[in-house]
Design a protein around this ligand. Structure first.
Ligand code: FE2
Length: 383
């Protein structure tokens, strides 16, 4: 599918032409560093066997030849010839001129609102998910795409939430324990343990790194009210950006501070923005929690009014019912949220009956790894 390979810049680059007219350039240094031969990459685990310092700073391409489904490239001064599959070159091409603005998200992520999500909450049964890789794949994939999912059919007993994390990874233990109780208590020292409603929030922004997944399971819920709700922080951030780009800039470029010192021997502190963008503008994390926001001291004096205006507007949008998806967790049900994206809230409930939930943290890299491994396995089986 390659139509031509033209060496340019005295061997510093190469331009590849593809059937259909697409052109992609590569640098000699990049190609040499990413060579796929078994002296550069371990045939066993794919890990690189050389360092950047093993490659001459004067590396150039001396010759290139299209050979079927591969491109053969010779490098000087090394006098090394390496073959690159054209499919690999196509998949790893980096020569694009589409400049992406702040707040973009990858193809795997679909933002949602109440209108698009209330009647299609992703869910799976525990028995099916633990037995059938297709069911598990779809459930994990929903977490990747939408940032939350519900699981039914768990035993309504203490610790059942570990069965959910066991499906894809590991619990992240914290000072709250392997898991923690969420139930009404007398003399609560944390608002989660009262029967008041809770503003939509992400959990534990005072940790660095923040727990990237939270699982909440229900053992008993016979109270009036006490529904759970979730809000797509990425959708809200986009709404804020659409009406106030400067507000998004302030909340993403100025660090906020979060802290928790509610138990003896614990003083957790972090300095991270409420809306975190990657170096290329990708929207990567929302931290939003009124209870643990510490004094923000990293905003220039001249910007503080505008910062608070943006914070207020962000909070207002988060409370806008059009972003909120609500469901009541029944005994034996759990839900998982991507704690870097989806905020969760609880409606107020009355004192009659009991509401007993348990929560735990886990990590998204493990979930995405399990998902990718299942998808890879299915692809191999299909080939
Ligand atoms: Fe929470």
């Amino acid at each position: 599918m390659l139509t031509h390979a033209l060496i340019g810049d005295d061997g510093g680059t190469i331009e590849l032409g593809w059937q259909g007219g697409r052109r992609t350039r590569f640098h000699a240094m990049w190609l040499r560093d990413n060579a796929l031969d078994d002296k550069t990459r371990s045939a066993g685990n794919g890990q690189r066997l050389i360092t950047i310092l093993d490659i001459s700073a004067d590396t150039k391409i001396s010759a290139a030849a299209i050979k079927g489904d591969a491109l053969e490239i010779s490098f000087v001064p090394e006098q090394k010839t390496v073959s690159f599959p054209t499919a690999w070159l196509s998949a790893n091409a980096y020569d694009r001129d589409t400049a992406r603005g702040a707040g973009w998200t990858g193809e795997d992520i679909v933002r949602w609102t109440k209108a698009s999500m209330q009647n299609s909450v992703p869910r799976a049964g525990y028995a099916a998910a633990s037995r059938d890789r297709t069911v598990l794949r779809d459930w994990l994939s929903a977490v990747r795409t939408y940032g939350f999912a519900v699981m039914d059919g768990l035993p309504a007993e203490s610790g059942a939430l570990c069965k959910v994390s066991d499906l894809f990874g590991y619990i992240r233990e914290t000072n709250y324990g392997r898991w923690f109780e969420v139930r009404a208590e007398v003399n609560p020292n944390n608002l989660a343990y009262t029967n008041l409603g809770l503003q939509a929030h992400t959990d534990n922004p005072y940790r660095d790194p923040v727990p990237t997944l939270q699982i909440l399971s229900c053992i008993e819920n016979t109270v009036e009210g006490g529904e759970s709700s979730v809000v797509d922080g990425f959708a809200v951030a986009a709404a804020l950006q659409a009406e106030n780009p400067e507000g998004l800039r302030l909340l993403s470029s100025c660090p906020a501070r979060f802290e928790y010192a509610g138990s003896s021997g614990v003083r957790l502190q972090s300095k991270r923005p409420m809306i975190e963008l990657g170096p290329d503008g990708e929207l990567i994390c929302i931290r939003f929690n009124n209870r643990s926001l510490a004094p923000v001291v990293d905003v220039p004096f001249a910007d503080m009014d505008a910062y608070y205006g943006a914070y207020r507007r962000f909070a207002k949008l988060i409370e806008d019912p059009s972003f909120e998806v609500t469901f009541k967790l029944e005994a034996g049900q759990a839900f998982i949220v991507d704690n870097t994206r989806v905020m969760h809230a609880r409606k107020a409930f009355s004192g009659t009956g009991k509401r007993w939930l348990q929560g735990c943290y886990a990590d998204k890299d493990g979930l995405l790894s399990t998902l990718a491994a299942i998808e890879h396995g299915f692809k191999e089986a299909a080939e």
